[in-house]
Design a binder for this molecule. Structure first.
Ligand SMILES: Nc1ncnc2c1ncn2[C@@H]1O[C@H](COP(=O)(O)OP(=O)(O)OP(=O)(O)O)[C@@H](O)[C@H]1O
Length: 259
């Protein structure tokens, strides 16, 4: 099977939770590829398997069967050294609840992944300054999370997810805990990072507004992908948003199979 040009390949991923009489098939054969530079969204109702999918890719949980390949390499065959490198530097993770450490400042939170992986601090400082300026958090780097707004916390978390130059950023409902204005600012920043540096992003979201920033969206229901939308070249975000709403309306009506 060719892997040329593909950054991430998800092949027939299945994940069951529970035992014999009480099995939940959270993922029931999910396959898709991500090309370098894509901003891919995953949408679907609550319980459809979105977080499970992201967590299998992040190696937070192990799939029951199927494979995930990054740059053609099967991540489940990684030894502990490769796995540590993959988790620490090849992927960045952005959580809905920020997951910042309360007793560290913004700057310390952002640099934490690098101190764990022994990266050169002069380079890291230059990268920190560049990210902080772009994400508009320079003035709050010295603050602790309890002294930041939700939007500021998430932009600090975004900087942390990017500091090690990962191949892909995995974002799980990154706007879920934010007000509309902060959500829009965060999405503008993620879009900017995707477009200016070609950073690949895989984002799970319920929110059609957030998803309208993506270049492609996969819709998942009951652990399977049932539809895909691609943002057309020059298509406005508003038009793409309308198309997303139409798919979600079908989904709500339980007629996913007819799409
Ligand atoms: N650790 C677990 N043990 C048992 N069942 C689980 C576990 N984690 C998830 N599930 C089940 O797997 C299914 C998919 O869950 P998942 O969290 O992936 O959905 P989701 O689409 O991310 O939902 P939401 O949008 O509500 O976060 C659900 O039915 C959920 O109850």
């Amino acid at each position: 099977m060719t892997t040329q040009g593909k950054l991430l390949e998800v092949q027939d991923l299945q994940k069951n939770f529970g035992k014999k009489d009480n099995i939940t098939k959270a993922l029931n054969g999910v396959s898709f590829d991500i090309l370098p530079g894509e901003f891919l969204g995953i949408m679907g109702p609550s319980g459809s398997g979105k977080t499970t999918l992201l967590n299998c890719i992040a190696t937070i949980i192990k799939p029951t069967s199927g494979r995930v390949l990054l740059n053609g390499k099967n991540i489940s065959a990684f030894d502990s050294k490769d796995l540590a490198e993959y988790r620490g530097t090849r992927i960045g993770y952005l959580f809905q609840d920020f997951a910042l450490l309360d007793n560290l400042t913004g700057q310390e939170n952002i640099l934490l992944p690098l101190s764990i992986h022994g990266v050169d601090f002069t380079k890291a400082r230059a990268k920190l300054n560049e990210l902080a300026s772009f994400l508009e958090i320079t003035d709050i780097l010295h603050k602790f999370p309890s002294q930041m707004s939700g939007g500021q916390k998430q932009r600090v978390a975004a900087a942390r997810s990017l500091i090690s130059d990962p191949d892909i950023v995995l974002a799980d409902e990154p706007t879920g805990a934010l007000d509309t204005r902060s959500a829009k600012l965060l999405m503008n920043k993620l879009e900017g990072i995707n477009r200016s540096s070609g950073r690949t992003i895989l984002m799970v979201s319920h929110d059609p507004n957030a998803a309208s920033f993506c270049s492609r969206i996969l819709f998942i229901q009951d652990g399977v992908i049932f539809h895909e939308l691609r943002r057309k070249q020059d298509e406005s975000r508003e038009k793409f948003y309308d198309r997303i709403l139409r798919v979600l309306a079908q989904l709500g009506g339980g007629s996913a199979n007819v799409l």
